[in-house]
Design a binder for this molecule. Structure first.
Ligand SMILES: Nc1ncnc2c1ncn2[C@@H]1O[C@H](COP(=O)(O)OP(=O)(O)O)[C@@H](O)[C@H]1O
Ligand SMILES: O=P(O)(O)OC[C@H]1O[C@](O)(COP(=O)(O)O)[C@@H](O)[C@@H]1O
Ligand SMILES: [Mg+2]
Length: 343
């Protein structure tokens, strides 16, 4: 069997661990051959293909980024796009299966290619945002939380020195998982997430109560957070390749509002792509490796349209449709639990 692998969407620590896990399992257990599609779906559409042999994945698990490159190319748009063209490309190169490693966008495209074109695709969930349904955690999330937690720890010492309020903006698109977990780990005094709009008055009450206890307030805000007066998440960065608003800038907006209302000198920090860079955590390497191995097994079983997933501590299979049916949002109970520690 010849299997083609692609990585698509925002990159994420652990992508290379998936590639290594898949290639090792495929070569050792199934005598499979591998190729990589360069730059996500763009490589599929343009037939930009490189061979991957066992030697290529040596020492790859700990390496950040993706050796195949990524993009936000839409496989349904452009002269050579669409299921029929992709089928011809697969036949031309004798490729029997595509393993698509991506988030909800990539997997939605994968599902359409299976449903509309009957293409042989297996999905592997990736996202630092942890916004995919049908998987308890996605690899990359643990690493991003670790990085954000370290940033909180560092911000708190400088905040204490100057009696300042620090507002840290983290990623997550329309869900608040990175903010919730890093905020809890770092002892943030308020955690602001898209699932829970809040008023500036309530935020300032938390900040003032922290100051009144003689501490320097630390607020973590997810990029998709909305004040109760906002209809849309803050975006001043234009649109992405798929015409969605690029989120970001809410911390810069909140810090002066907090300063004006409380009189506490306030600063904002945007963590940005640092959250996606560098080596994956040990947890993410293990999870990603296991998912890569399971994806090859699914391809050998010709379980097209399925996605490998983490349920508890087990790797299972679900349909890609289940994974893309809705966002994995922070449940009310998880937020209520964290909220006890605010202020
Ligand atoms: N509904 C869709 N139909 C077809 N292609 C899609 C769809 N949603 C997203 N994609 C493609 O998948 C790419 C990756 O999606 P994106 O959300 O940016 O990353 P991720 O896969 O990490 O969620 C998008 O740029 C787009 O080209
Ligand atoms: O890298 P870009 O294009 O600036 O995108 C930033 C977005 O990508 C992410 O880092 C990851 O999102 P995806 O998993 O959907 O690719 C989001 O948290 C963030 O909103
Ligand atoms: Mg996404």
């Amino acid at each position: 069997m010849k299997i083609g692998i692609l990585t698509s969407g925002g990159d994420c620590p652990g992508l290379n661990s998936v590639i290594r896990g898949a290639v090792l399992k495929g070569v050792i257990s199934h005598d499979a051959e591998f190729v990589g599609f360069r730059w996500g779906w763009r490589g599929v559409v343009e037939g930009d293909i490189v061979p991957i042999v066992r030697h290529d994945v040596r020492g790859l698990s700990k390496q950040g980024g993706t050796i195949l490159g990524s993009s936000r190319t839409n496989p349904f748009e452009g002269e050579h796009a669409g299921p029929d063209n992709i089928r011809r490309m697969l036949d031309e190169h004798d490729i029997d299966a595509i393993i698509a490693i991506g988030g909800e966008g990539t997997l939605t495209a994968a599902r359409r290619l299976v449903d509309e074109g009957g293409l042989p695709v297996i999905g592997v969930p990736k996202t630092i945002d942890n916004d995919l349904a049908a998987t308890d955690y996605s690899f990359g999330f643990d690493t991003a939380v670790e990085i954000a937690t370290e940033a909180i720890d560092r911000l708190r010492t400088t905040a204490d020195s100057h009696e300042r309020c620090m507002v840290l903006e983290v990623m997550g698109r329309h869900v608040g998982w990175i903010a919730l977990h890093s905020g809890m780990a770092g002892g943030a005094h308020a955690i602001l997430i898209p699932e829970q709009p809040m008023s500036i008055e309530e935020i300032c009450e938390y900040v003032e109560s922290v100051r009144d206890r003689g501490r320097a307030p630390l607020v973590v805000v997810a990029e998709g957070f909305k004040l109760d007066t906002m209809d849309e998440a803050h975006s001043h960065l234009g649109l992405d390749a798929f015409d969605r608003p690029r989120l970001g800038g809410i911390a810069e907006k909140l810090a002066p509002m907090i300063e004006a209302r409380t009189g506490i000198e306030s600063r904002h920090t945007v963590l940005g792509h640092i959250q996606r860079g560098g080596a994956p955590s040990a947890y993410d390497r293990v999870l990603a490796t296991r998912l890569g191995m399971a994806a090859v097994d699914a391809a050998v079983d010709r379980a097209w349209g399925s996605m490998v997933t983490l349920r508890g501590t087990d790797i299972e299979r679900v349909t890609i449709a289940e994974a893309t049916g809705g966002l994995n949002r922070v449940p009310q109970a998880r937020y209520d639990e964290a909220k006890i520690l605010f202020g």
